[in-house]
Design a binder for this molecule. Structure first.
Ligand code: NAD
Ligand code: UGA
Length: 481
């Protein structure tokens, strides 16, 4: 079969990846009709909301692109069947969380959503369809998808004479910079064995990505590279966070150390900010998936190596909560602590696996009252996060607090920094929002109960300004304080 010219794309999954990725494809390829479908009606309604501030995903620059393309060649719909039927190419961009029960619970990826997509595609596709894995998947999942696609035997499906090529095209965008990452990617990775399908996908990316940045590999290298890229990134954070702890006890300064080691071009300066531990929906789940795969393929030493990255991350969150209690004379019972930032990083409304959740729960468990302010996270989301555990954690983690309903009554949602800090004994900076970098400490200090502390888990405040305003200061990795 010769190279397929793509005229219609369907993307299943209108989440943090599907929405922005398809918006950029539609924007850069006006000759292609792009339909993003989701089973979640509220999410689709939000994508169709005329008020662009109400899109379900907050990403700088996304609203402008949606404004340009929506209704022209970018569409959001719940009609999965229709979108599949008319698509030349289908992206699977659904969630792949950690399994919470059964074989591999707590480690392996739950592929039930991916499998459901493959079955829908098999049932409704017409003619030749290129199926693209956009979700992050365990290595060799393409074989499973191919098997499901080929096994379909319903009469309706057979009459449509379907045939399929499966490609892997993992997404490397980071939340908060998604649009820039999509428009100027370091690389686009395409894994596959069908040259026509690969050429069809390359022809889309070539509209705005330099050809030398488009890497072609076999399917398994592509699937594995995505997991390993996230594991390497997360490993850097666990390395810098473990170094931060060492800095604090030796008088060294993590920012100076990061600068010194990052100046070595072999190490590089990016991704060396120490913090409260990595969050986000993917690092932990992808490493745990890697750990599971290593075990499955008989490599326990390799599994242990990668698992230690997650262990250090959990330890970092725990140690920060503990040192806050220690510095506040060993007890936070009845004390008001202002939590600034709840998102897992700046410039996103996403709180999935945010380190703020674990730190807040530990402090609530210790009896603190929390006043939480985040410029983008809603009260409902914070309440949900504080009252739910990922199911696998509740089984495996002995350190978790027990009475969640009680914890939920001991925090308040604040609409400004000032509201949060009024009468507080301490301020905890948990997300590196710009707003917090520019706080005028001399104005904030008189609002607090003395003695009062600033705990900067992101290393964004100037300790001199804080102490000059009469506050005590702890900054992650700063052994001079
Ligand atoms: P998400 O939870 O935000 O979105 C997934 C969407 O898929 C949901 O809206 C869900 O309703 C929908 N869905 C699930 N099954 C469906 C079905 N059968 N039919 C229709 N809709 C269905 O997830 P996300 O953050 O966009 O991540 C998607 C994938 O991309 C994951 O594998 C993730 O690991 C990977 N990824 C995420 C990021 C990120 O920054 N979030 C970056 C790179 C890769
Ligand atoms: C990460 C990867 O960076 C993306 O390449 C990948 O596509 C994505 O995961 C995914 O597969 O989901 P993301 O989680 O959106 O992107 O954000 P990051 O910028 O990587 O930050 C992850 C966490 O690490 C955040 O909690 C952040 O605060 C923390 N971090 C990051 C640090 O503590 N220090 C750093 O130097 C960098």
């Amino acid at each position: 079969m010769s190279f397929t010219q793509i005229r219609t794309i369907c993307c299943i999954g209108a989440g943090y990846v599907g929405g922005p990725t398809m918006a950029v494809i539609a924007d850069r390829c006006p000759h292609i009709q792009v339909v993003v479908v989701d089973q979640n009606k509220d999410r689709i309604s939000a994508w169709n909301n005329p008020d662009l501030t109400k899109l379900p995903v907050f990403e700088p620059g996304l609203d402008e692109i949606v404004k340009r393309a929506r209704g022209n060649n970018l569409h959001f719909s719940c009609d999965v069947k229709k979108a599949i039927q008319s698509a030349d190419m289908i992206f699977i961009s659904v969630n792949t969380p950690t399994k919470n029960k059964g074989l591999g619970a707590g480690q392996a990826s739950d592929l039930k959503w991916v499998e459901a997509c493959a079955r829908q595609v098999a049932q409704f596709s017409v003619g030749h369809t290129i199926v693209v894995e956009k979700s992050t998947l365990p290595v060799r999942t393409a074989a499973t998808i191919q098997a499901i696609l080929e096994a379909t035997s319903s009469q309706e499906a057979l009459e449509a004479n379907p045939s399929f090529s499966v490609l892997s095209n993992p997404e490397f965008l980071s939340e908060g910079t998604a649009i820039n990452d999509l428009e100027k990617p370091d690389r686009v990775l395409i894994g596959g064995s069908d040259p026509n399908a690969i050429e069809a996908l390359v022809s889309i990316y070539k509209q705005w990505v330099y050809p030398e940045k488009i890497l072609i590999t076999n399917l398994w290298s592509s699937e594995l590279s995505k997991l390993i890229a996230n594991a390497f990134l997360a490993q850097r954070i666990s390395s810098i966070n473990s170094t931060a702890a060492l800095c604090e006890v030796t008088g060294a300064n993590i920012q100076e150390v990061a600068n010194a080691i990052g100046s070595d071009s072999r190490i590089g300066s990016k991704f060396l900010s120490s913090g409260p531990g990595f969050g986000g929906s993917c690092f932990q789940k992808d490493i745990l998936n890697l750990v599971y795969l290593c075990g499955h393929f008989g490599l326990p030493e390799v599994a242990n190596y990668w698992e230690s990255v997650v262990k250090i991350n959990n330890w970092q969150k725990k140690r920060i909560a503990k040192l806050i209690v220690d510095k506040l004379f060993g007890t936070v019972t009845g004390k008001k602590l202002a939590v600034l930032g709840f998102a897992f990083k700046a410039n996103t409304n996403d709180t999935r696996e945010s380190p703020a959740i674990k730190i807040a729960k530990d402090l609530l468990e210790e009896g603190a009252t929390l006043a939480i302010y985040d410029p983008k996270v809603t009260k409902e989301q914070i309440s949900l996060d504080l009252t739910q555990y990922p199911a696998f954690e509740s089984k495996n983690n002995q350190d978790l607090p027990t009475n969640l309903a009680e914890l939920d009554s001991n925090w308040m949602y604040c609409k400004s920094i000032v509201e949060a800090v009024r009468g507080a004994d301490a301020i905890l900076i948990l997300t590196e929002w710009n707003h917090f970098t520019n706080i005028q400490w001399s104005e904030i200090s008189p609002l607090m109960r003395k003695p009062s502390w600033v705990f900067d888990t992101r290393g964004i405040v100037n300790p001199k300004h804080v102490t000059k305003a009469g506050l005590m200061c702890w900054r992650v990795g700063d052994g001079s304080l």
